[in-house]
Design a protein around this ligand. Sequence first.
Ligand SMILES: [Zn+2]
Length: 222
Amino acid sequence: MSKLLDGIMEALLPPRCVFCRRTLRKGESGMCASCAASLPRRAAPREPGREAVEAFIAPLEFTGDVRDAVNRYKFEGATASAGVFAGILASCIEGCCAGEYDIISWVPVSKERLKERGFDQSQLIAMAAALDLGTVAVDTLQRVKNGKPQFGMGAAERYVNVQGAFAAADGELIAGKRVLLIDDIYTTGYTFMSCAAALRAAGARSVLCAAFAGPARRGRAE
Ligand SMILES: [Zn+2]
């Protein structure tokens, strides 16, 4: 079935949980009560940063239904999920770094990826999360070289792949500011580190990095 037809069918059918796909009951919105109670929440949503990153923040582990939901969002265009992801991320941000940032921004996808996907998955989450937090997300970064998709790459290879991949788009906006940078997921943290380095080079005072889902095991980002 085409993506358009999929979208029409989706709109006609009763709303389903973005995680387990079960039909939602009355009073449930976005996710079912059972997923809300059993999502793989990280024991330590805030972890110490590395290099230019002040701290890594993620409410959930990138595993099981969370991983499936993120993949449907990114690769099957389930864009309605962005609001649900953003709500979970926003309450985590409120709980662990409220008052520690001046502006919210996001890790941009490449122009090629944007063209093929039709939307920037991190921008959607950042914009919705910022609204939940009573502010707006602003554009601060651009990709200056297209990193390859990182799936299947080893850690060292990933670092090389994203080093120098980003540049700050607007130095005036960033200078002296504490930036909260949002992405959909992080695994090694190297993409965040590369973005944070570009923001710090453009004068940002500090960079906090927050993603909807992070590494499944507890501990520092590797
Ligand atoms: Zn569910």
